[in-house]
Ligand binder design. Structure first.
Ligand SMILES: [Zn+2]
Length: 154
């Protein structure tokens, strides 16, 4: 399942990417553009806006109005509504910034981009082909994983 979030839902988009879901987010975006991208790419529209319900006929089940203004409650609504089963191997597999799937990268190839401490203590590195950011499993990943588990998402 793929998603597109309206421009109020940047944090939700990041959480969905954290779970590995292909999720578009543009800020700002016109309603018309949001809907046409969703239809063209077969994405579910997630929106805080009530007036998007005028597109309900076109989108059918592919429109979900998000109720809460809390990102983790929003995430839970999406997970429960679509009965999403999170594949743990997909966690942190996607760039949180630009939505691209991350690629494994040999640590030797990026040695000059790493702090010596990180180079010495970490072994698994991922690179985003979109923005070229390097990611590795560090404490914030563990914190996010714990949050997801406490919220009952995974
Ligand atoms: Zn990226």
């Amino acid at each position: 399942m793929k998603f597109i979030c309206d421009d109020n839902l940047g944090k939700l988009a990041k959480w969905l990417r954290t779970l590995g879901y292909d999720t578009l987010f543009f800020d700002p975006i016109e309603d018309g553009e949001l809907i046409s991208k969703a239809l063209k790419e077969n994405r579910v529209v997630l929106s805080r806006d009530t007036h998007l319900s005028r597109f309900k006929l076109k989108l059918g089940e592919r429109l979900l109005r998000i109720e809460s203004d809390q990102p983790l409650e929003q995430l839970n609504q999406v997970v429960q509504h679509f009965k999403l089963k999170t594949d743990k191997s997909q966690l942190f597999s996607r760039c949180l910034v630009c939505n691209q799937p991350l690629e494994k990268v040999e640590k030797e190839k990026i040695k000059d981009r790493l702090y010596p401490y990180v180079y010495q203590t970490q072994n698994n590195f991922m690179r985003c082909p979109g923005c070229d950011r390097i990611f590795w499993s560090a404490t914030h990943v563990e914190r996010m994983r714990r949050t997801l588990s406490e919220e009952g998402v995974i």
